[in-house]
Write a protein that binds this ligand. Structure first.
Ligand code: PLP
Length: 383
């Protein structure tokens, strides 16, 4: 099997599995307990918080563990709307993940909010001038713009967007689920107030993530109950997964530091894939090619080869990739991300996403390319 679907989820880093094992077996104490037995567990959670903070470039006290990216996004929106109950306007981008879009839509449908969804250009980048014009000082509760898109890898100028929001006294959230672990982050030097990450996108298990909350802003918890996470997220911590998240963060940081000066091997793989595909299939188009992108993602349109058929043929050959977002698998409607980038429904149906990780090899790229080209030829002939 060749796994090129790392934006859907990733294989767990082996050292992260090792790190969590003792917390599934012998160290099962509740970290909130006052016993000596619990001390080790508590220390492990504190260490994981430091590891995640190091990956994000923030302070450990600014990290709240969550059940994943969806919860972190929802908690940020919830917090902002509760802190400013009188502000009934939200700004987001047309290409956001459903974890943000659907919460905004729910507030709009049921709670009297007005939502401005800022358009993106043909490369998928939201327009900063439009964003600035959309912000209503004193009325906008939150600006939420994703750092990197899950379907295309296109990165938004979130540092500038956050600065714009802050200048206007508005809270700023970013969904960095597809950026964390792939691109260095230094949150302390930005105006970002809230930021969501998800462990399973960078080699930690599923069901664990974190929300960064800047120490400069207030936070209203969404989950109420016990005093865990410094009263910001009630519920006994998922200690084994928290530990694994910390270990995966430490590995990702090492990978990023090692390659920051030179070429990132994941980018080299992705670029080799794109070059190879273009050579084999002239006419292939890369979505968002003109914008900064995460180094691991390529969204390609193969004219004349519908993605649905391609997915079946590639799956038969043991190649995993996806059409649009994996979260939308099974849905035949074309991706809202590609539509926002100006793709017609027919064009969007010919788009495939290949997403790589540091566990992929050049051998896999070279093995997959002719298989993809043959599948595309077959689809074109069938047409
Ligand atoms: N945000 C983005 C950009 C994502 O790609 C995903 C998952 O695909 C999520 C949020 C949701 O994260 P989780 O699966 O951890 O809830």
């Amino acid at each position: 099997m060749i796994y090129f679907d790392n934006n859907a989820t990733t294989a767990i880093e082996p050292t992260a599995v090792d790190a969590m094992q003792p917390f599934l077996r012998e160290h099962y104490a509740n970290p909130s307990s006052g016993t000596t037995f619990a001390r080790h567990t508590r220390q492990a959670v504190a260490r994981a918080r430091e590891q995640v903070a190091a990956l994000l470039g923030c302070e450990p006290g600014e990290v709240i563990f969550t059940s994943g990216g969806t919860e972190a996004d929802n908690a940020a929106i919830f917090s902002a709307t509760q802190i400013h109950p009188d502000r009934k306007h939200l700004v987001t981008a047309a290409t956001e993940h459903d974890a943000v879009l659907n919460h905004c839509a729910w507030l709009e449908a049921n709670h009297g909010y007005e939502v401005t969804r800022v358009a993106v250009n043909r490369d998928g980048v939201p327009d900063l001038a439009e964003l600035a014009a959309a912000i209503r000082p004193g009325q906008t509760a939150l600006v939420s713009v994703m750092a990197a898109n899950n379907e295309t890898g296109v990165c938004a100028p979130v540092a500038q967007a956050a600065a714009l929001a802050e200048e206007n006294g508005v809270l700023f959230h970013t969904d960095a689920v597809q950026m964390a672990g792939k691109v260095p982050l230094r949150l302390a030097s930005t105006a970002i107030h809230y930021l969501a990450i998800s462990g399973h996108k960078f080699h930690a298990p599923k069901g664990i993530g974190a929300l960064f909350v800047s120490k400069r802003v207030r936070f209203q918890p969404m989950l109420l109950g016990g005093g865990q996470e410094s009263h910001r997220r009630a519920g006994t911590e998922n200690v084994p997964h928290v530990v694994a998240l910390g270990q995966a963060a430490a590995c990702a940081l090492r990978h990023l530091e090692m390659h920051e000066a030179g070429e990132d091997p994941v980018r080299t793989l992705r670029d080799a894939f794109e070059t190879g595909l273009r050579a084999l299939l002239p006419g292939v188009e890369i979505n968002g090619a003109g914008a900064p992108r995460t180094p691991n993602t390529t969204s390609v349109r193969i004219p004349g080869a519908p993605a649905e058929g391609m997915l079946i043929l590639l799956d038969q050959q043991g190649i995993c990739c996806s059409a649009g977002s994996a979260c939308n698998t099974g849905a035949l409607h074309p991706s809202h991300v590609l539509a926002a980038m100006g793709r017609s429904p027919e064009e969007a149906r010919e788009c495939l996403r290949f997403s790589f990780s540091r566990f992929n090899t050049d051998g896999e790229i070279q093995a997959a390319l002719p298989v993809i080209a043959a599948a595309a030829d077959k689809m074109r002939r069938l047409r």
